[in-house]
Write a protein that binds this ligand. Structure first.
Ligand SMILES: [Zn+2]
Ligand SMILES: [Zn+2]
Length: 346
């Protein structure tokens, strides 16, 4: 079978590999869609400390079961499934307290285990053990189901930031994650959503799809001034930074209103993780700053339901479909911000 394998930074190859066989507690799937995200581009360029190469990449996975390992019950060949990306251990104190996204023993598909940029893939027993293999609801395509993983992460972020009815929400970053944040904020009852990006082309592309109430191109207009203007000086209830930018995080603190919540959804580059925070703003305005680290198996199930019910449509966000052989072209589209969701169809 064909796979997309990471060998070293800058060295990702489409090559042949033997078809894997499922061990006890595992299933083998025929991958139908594995979507790409910014992380794939980062791995391609810089590698990742959790990847011991060579490793098949890809972690936004939907496919069809073709073979069942020993001791697996409840599944059969032909079942359509979505696979979680982050695998909590299910046993530690954090997991037992329901905080699976911060499990210190977390492992990931495409990092510790072979990923989904492949014709076939074995779903590790650890995934099934934490209920991380999800049935794709009828009416949801494989391509849409592959977007459940990033949507699950977005859902985790908005739960932590308590996005809800009547909120004035600002999303900084108009890539696929930013688009999902806009759609989910609407589904959760936000009264107004403003989308901000430095890149005018990408902002226009995203805005045409997700129709925010206002857009701000941060290269043309000061985004803090713009948000204060839109909110009549009050500031936003929630600001979500879906961009790897310390400047965006600092701006978020200046455009958020009283008792506002700020989600540092996107992480910062490893060598520049420090920003300036006016602690008195946080103190007097009773601000909440939250992070977001992936998603739990339950978030993935909820995301599939949000897609199935139509609350968060994702089909139109899939702008590019490429065969496995063109994975590097797909990474290139993602790195240029030329598409929204770019999916691989092995
Ligand atoms: Zn991802
Ligand atoms: Zn754990």
């Amino acid at each position: 079978m064909k796979v997309v394998r990471f060998h070293a930074p800058g060295d990702v190859r489409v090559e042949d590999a033997p078809e894997p066989t499922p061990g006890p507690g595992e299933v083998r799937i025929r991958v139908r869609n594995c979507s790409t995200c910014g992380t794939d581009v980062k791995i391609w360029r810089f590698g990742h400390h959790h990847i011991d190469p060579p490793r098949v990449m890809g972690h936004e996975i939907a496919g069809e079961i073709v073979e069942i390992g020993a001791e697996v019950t409840g599944w059969q060949p032909g079942d359509r499934v979505q696979v979680i990306a982050a695998i909590p251990c299910g046993r530690c104190d954090q997991c037992r307290r329901g905080r699976m996204t911060v499990c210190p023993n977390q492992e990931s598909i495409g990092y510790h285990y072979e990923g989904g940029f492949a014709q076939y893939m074995v779903v590790p027993a650890k995934v099934l053990a934490v209920d991380g293999l999800n049935r794709i609801p009828d009416g949801v395509s494989f391509a849409e189901a592959s977007v459940a993983e990033p949507l699950a992460c977005v859902l985790n972020g908005q739960e932590l930031a308590r996005v809800g009815e009547g909120d004035d929400v600002v999303v900084i970053g108009s890539g696929p994650i930013g688009c999902l944040h806009v759609r989910l904020a609407r589904a959760r009852g936000a009264a107004r959503v403003t989308l901000v990006d430095l890149n005018r082309d990408r902002l226009d592309l995203a805005a045409a799809l997700v129709a925010p109430d206002a857009t701000v191109c941060a290269a043309e207009t000061d985004p803090v001034d713009a948000v204060l203007k839109v909110t009549d000086g009050a500031g936003a209830d929630v600001v979500i930074t879906a961009a790897a930018s310390g400047a965006a995080q600092e701006q978020a603190l200046q455009m958020v209103g009283r008792q506002g919540r700020i989600s540092f959804f996107g992480g910062l580059p490893k060598d520049r993780p420090v920003i300036a925070v006016d602690a008195n703003l946080v103190h007097y305005r009773e601000l909440t700053i939250v992070g977001a680290n992936g998603s739990s198996p339950a978030h993935n199930k909820a995301a599939l339901q949000l897609i199935a019910s139509g609350a968060v449509p994702v089909a139109d966000l899939i702008t590019d479909r490429l065969p496995l052989e063109r994975a590097l072209d797909a990474f290139d589209i993602v790195s240029r911000g030329a598409g929204i969701k770019v999916t691989i169809e092995p």
